[in-house]
Design a protein around this ligand. Structure first.
Ligand code: FES
Length: 237
């Protein structure tokens, strides 16, 4: 089938303002939109810029807006689009456009790093691995599916208005450690999250949960962080 694409283009070095360019490409039903973008780049316009790596929903690098919704191009099948439909491809919202579909992810990773995204332990390292039960692991196993594609953050209405808001992806990673039985950094992390641009910035709009390509219950996990902060305060009284 012939697929029609309308793709956002902007090269800040030579373009005064962004514009949209149309492409048509023959694609098979089982092709992914990422395959189509690759073929547009290889066969029609080698200057089209976008990120990709694994091609299988693992690396999180090809997050973009597809028909107005944040998604991974490698997870979208051609068969789910109509032949006469124009597929609108744009860069993720919230972030500065570096070129075409490539956005500046530095602020995203700065926020991610701000919550100390690693296991914090106080005691000496044990001779063997730190064990935990299946039940203990289950508490955060949804959160470890996060591939940091930034689809949630780009879709968050709060992030779209308030630059300082830490955003859902960093909060999911914070959840992952707050509820890990081996971690001993709860108080440090809670202090980093207990403010208006931290966990309390989330206004429970659910967009993050709806777009997450790994189906992580993002909003629910942020709610659990808020509960954890309140319980920690209560226990200190
Ligand atoms: S290319 Fe790696 S997640 Fe899509």
């Amino acid at each position: 089938m012939i697929l029609k694409f309308k793709i956002f283009r902007f090269d800040p070095v030579k373009d005064e303002k962004p514009y949209y360019q149309n492409f048509e490409i023959e694609a098979g039903a089982s092709d992914r939109l990422l395959d189509c973008l690759n073929r547009i780049r290889w066969e029609q316009d080698p200057t089209l810029a976008f990120r990709m790596s694994c091609g299988h929903g693992i690396c999180g690098s090809d997050g973009m807006r597809i028909n107005g919704k944040s998604a991974l191009a490698c997870q979208k099948l051609v068969k789910d689009f109509k032949e006469d439909e124009e597929i609108l491809i744009e860069p993720l919202q919230v972030f500065r456009v570096v070129r075409d579909l490539v956005v500046d992810m530095d602020p995203f990773f700065e926020k991610y790093n701000s919550i100390k995204p690693y296991l914090i332990t106080k005691a000496h390292a044990p001779e063997r691995e730190r064990l935990q039960s299946v039940e203990e692991h289950r508490k955060y196993e949804d959160a470890i599916r996060c591939i940091l594609c930034a689809c949630c953050t780009a879709s968050c209405p709060v992030n779209q208005e308030i630059e300082a808001f830490i955003g859902p992806a960093a909060l999911v990673r914070a959840f992952r450690y707050l509820f890990d039985s081996r971690d001993e950094g709860n108080q440090e992390r809670i202090a980093l999250l207990d403010h208006e641009d931290g966990a309390w910035g989330c206004k429970t709009k659910w967009r993050c949960t709806r777009v997450c390509p790994k189906e992580i219950p993002v909003t629910k996990e942020i709610f659990e962080i808020k509960k954890c902060i309140l319980e920690s305060k209560k226990s200190k009284k």
